[in-house]
Design a protein. Structure first.
Length: 266
């Protein structure tokens, strides 16, 4: 079992340390202070001498509840992420701040990433956050295209799932932010789920076929010709799944994008 010494680790460390300081003070130091000056604790006098609560204990009592709440929410319920690249355009833009449901794909022990119990499995079309298989310290976000047992093929920039070409309808040339190349925008119907994708005709495509093994998932970016995804580095193990992205709660690039706040990710 490996531990990534990143923000979740230091959040856990801070929670444990402040909790231990508070506990040690309550069980050991506080009774000693009471014995040193019993009148102070009975309300008969006020003493600012050696029986005063240490500053480190005051800080621990202040920070521990906050750290614990943040740790539990971030570790088991919802975690915020910021989109740093254009691989999911037009669904997600650079500067989108998203919320990820942490228990969608199973409740995991934070930091150690051990599955406590299963909840649900990823489905084709889910926008999922996961640990990059070649460097698990990096978080990636892509769309689930293949689930265990699927036969995935990509030829002439067309996607096939289990021998069936995925339907798509061209909208026109993409005119939104974040993509400087001449891109064509399509509505793709991925086994019943419609979402928009981009194809850049001037860029060469990667033609290949894949069989998704058990316990793994095939991921692709919606910006098909500008995405580093499973076509290049393989499938994602289930243990690397972080959660399902479900909402944009803020957008900040060169300024606040109010029109994107509160959008549901589909």
């Amino acid at each position: 079992m490996s531990i990534n010494y990143d923000f979740p680790f230091f959040l856990l460390l801070g929670t444990v340390l402040t909790g231990l300081i508070w506990l040690f003070d309550s069980l050991v130091l506080a009774p000693r202070r009471k014995n040193t000056n019993p009148h102070e604790y009975s309300g008969e006098s006020i003493n600012t001498g050696s029986s005063k609560e240490p500053v480190i204990t005051e800080y621990a009592k202040s920070f521990f509840p906050v750290l614990l709440i943040v740790f539990l929410l971030r570790g088991f319920v919802v975690e915020p992420f910021r989109i740093p690249s254009g691989s999911m355009i037009p669904s997600l833009f650079i500067g989108d701040f998203i919320l990820v449901n942490k228990f969608s794909y199973g409740v995991k022990m934070p930091v150690f990433n051990h599955v406590l119990f299963d909840v649900d499995k990823p489905e084709r079309g889910d926008v999922a956050v996961f640990k990059y298989p070649r460097d698990p310290s990096i978080d990636y976000i892509k769309r689930v295209v293949g689930v265990p047992g699927d036969h995935i093929a990509y030829y002439n920039k067309a996607l096939y799932v289990n021998g069936k070409q995925i339907e798509r309808k061209r909208i026109g040339e993409y005119s939104g932010p974040g993509e400087n190349n001449l891109a064509h925008e399509y509505v793709e119907n991925l086994v019943g789920l419609e979402h928009n994708i981009l194809i850049i005709p001037s860029r060469p495509g990667l033609d290949a076929e894949y069989i998704v093994p058990e316990g793994h998932y095939f991921m692709m970016g919606d910006n098909r010709d500008n995405s580093n995804d499973s076509r290049y580095w393989g499938v994602v193990p289930e243990k690397y799944l972080v959660g399902k992205a479900f909402m944009i709660w803020m957008h900040w690039d060169s300024g606040i994008g109010f029109e994107r706040i509160g959008q549901i990710i589909k």
